[in-house]
Write a protein that binds this ligand. Sequence first.
Ligand SMILES: Cc1cc2nc3c(=O)[nH]c(=O)nc-3n(C[C@H](O)[C@H](O)[C@H](O)COP(=O)(O)O)c2cc1C
Length: 193
Amino acid sequence: MTATSSPSPGPMIAIVYESLFGNTRLIAETIADGIREQHMPVTVVPVAKAAALPECDVLVVGAPTHAHSLSSPASRTEAERWALNPSRHLALESGSLTTGVREWIELPPAARHGYVAFDTRVDMPRIFTGAASSAIGRRLKKHGLREVLAAESFLVDKDSHLLPDEHDRALRWGREIAATTRALTGPSTRVHT
Ligand SMILES: Cc1cc2nc3c(=O)[nH]c(=O)nc-3n(C[C@H](O)[C@H](O)[C@H](O)COP(=O)(O)O)c2cc1C
């Protein structure tokens, strides 16, 4: 059988995120902008719609830090209470109460090269805040996935609003993910036999 090579659609990066108030979604979308800037295709999927994600080259997973870790049904209910308080100026993302990364990550998709984790958390020393990205990493490693770039936290103030520099940082980090993925996947043709 002869091997033929055809132009590849490029490496496949999938970003799965959870977001109650919209900050982690905004970071996920900005990371994707940074990746696309490097002419690399990327899919961004909210965790509630990520049940049947196909295999990808690099899986990027992000979540808000709740109680030092990933959200749970109880912490999501607490987040709903925060959003119902008009003085907090927070709005709940649609569909965000149904599930979270904690539940989804029990059955993650295959990622040929590995994963990258990020979180949002309060702008305080990490020892006081915890970081959901650590919980993501622990779980993905248990599933045999390899970390391909060190995890990153994007910071919110004590009222859960993103700090001003985080947008630019997320854009730069997206470019870094693209460069890492390119180095891992090599030339952009795949050989079909
Ligand atoms: C119930 C609850 C618990 C939280 N616990 C923590 C925490 O332990 N550490 C922290 O840094 N931030 C904590 N936060 C703040 C969240 O990290 C912040 O709201 C989140 O990053 C915003 O992301 P989102 O807009 O994508 O939901 C908590 C928020 C809620 C609602």
